[in-house]
Design a binder for this molecule. Structure first.
Ligand code: NAD
Length: 308
């Protein structure tokens, strides 16, 4: 499988490339960046480790060489400033993103190619990609709340001294201010987390607030997210590559699930070789359902502003 990373010279793109190199399943990794030298530098650095990692083709390229890609992973963008909400980034990032979509289109792409959006605001940009590329909705998806879900589960495990990989706690909705925690299905090795005496309402509130603020916290401390977003991206790409049919909170065009329509955001989605295979409407608590619908409304408002 060939993955082209647009923005591959940046932090998120290069961390994703490293995660995919260590994962050893992707056969070809091409890095494209507006700053050609950083793409070449990252590709070279990755190539230097090939002998210890895997038999992958890794190089810096261009859109013409990307035309036969299985997945276009878009991480190019401007970073959020410490006090800026993800949606405030929108005006700065939309024009840049549309330019990238136009470059993909004019160089050509396969009918079965998939577009995987990571740049922020990820839900809005995923929607623009669905609307502008003419691919089936299943072929265009965003990272959505994958990273938030990983942060949430990791924090819960850390606080409760549990094994991180055994804690499953979803964040759904917008990758942004209106995201929501899904305690109704949160579990540790299949047992409900809310059944633990330590999982009090104040604990739940604190761990969610920490999750919600952790993007800004990491920007403040090290400039931006890298390692965790890299492995979250790898998880999605491997689910596609291995046709794993994993249930993941990626962002895609929702058309009826939870009474939400015509907007990209994260709902539980089955991911496999065709991209997003289907949405799964797992029963939520009424307050979770209301929060998910409010998140969809918030995104629709933003989308309307972008299109105005
Ligand atoms: N969805 C998520 O969970 C998530 C998490 C972290 C970061 N992000 C987003 O990812 C994006 C990248 O963040 P970063 O920390 O890697 O930033 P960065 O500044 O390190 O990297 C961005 C890269 O994009 C390149 N670039 C800019 N314009 C381009 C263009 N037109 N074509 C090709 N390349 C171009 C830059 O040269 C740079 O190398 C941001 O939008 C950020 O908000 C999303």
């Amino acid at each position: 499988m060939k993955v082209t990373i647009i923005g591959g010279g940046g932090r998120v793109g290069s961390c994703a490339a490293f995660a995919l190199q260590c994962g050893g399943l992707v056969s070809e990794l091409q890095l494209i960046d507006a700053n050609l030298e950083t793409a070449q530098g990252e590709a070279l650095d990755l190539l230097h480790g090939s002998a210890f990692c895997g038999d992958q083709k890794i190089y810096a390229g261009d859109y013409a060489r990307a035309a036969d890609s299985d997945i276009f992973l878009i991480t190019a963008g401007l970073r959020r400033k410490p006090d800026e909400s993800r949606l405030d980034l929108i005006n700065r990032n939309v024009a840049l993103f549309v330019g990238i979509l136009d470059s993909i289109r004019s160089a050509g792409f396969r009918k079965d190619a998939q577009v995987f959006v990571v740049s922020n605001p990820v839900d809005i940009l995923t929607q623009l990609a669905v609307e502008r590329l003419g691919l089936r909705w299943q072929q265009v998806y965003g990272l959505g709340t994958m990273l938030d879900t990983s942060r949430f589960s990791s924090f819960i495990a850390d606080e409760l001294k549990l094994a991180p990989t055994q804690v499953k706690a979803l964040i759904l909705g917008e990758h942004g201010d209106s995201m929501l925690p899904v305690w109704s299905s949160a579990s540790v090795n299949g047992l409900p987390l809310t059944g633990l005496p330590e999982c009090t309402p104040s604990f739940q509130n604190a761990v969610f607030e920490r999750t919600k603020g952790s993007g800004a916290e990491v920007i403040k401390k090290k400039g931006g997210a890298g390692w965790a977003v890299g492995v979250a991206i790898r998880d999605v790409i491997h689910a596609v590559l291995l046709n794993r049919r994993c249930l993941l909170p990626v962002s895609s065009l929702v058309q009826g699930a939870y009474d939400v329509r015509d907007i990209c955001l994260s709902v539980p989605s089955v991911v496999g070789r065709e991209g997003v295979i289907k949405h799964v409407e797992i029963k939520l608590w009424p307050k979770e359902l209301m929060a998910l619908q409010a998140s969809a409304r918030a995104l629709k408002d933003t989308l309307a502003k972008v299109k105005a």
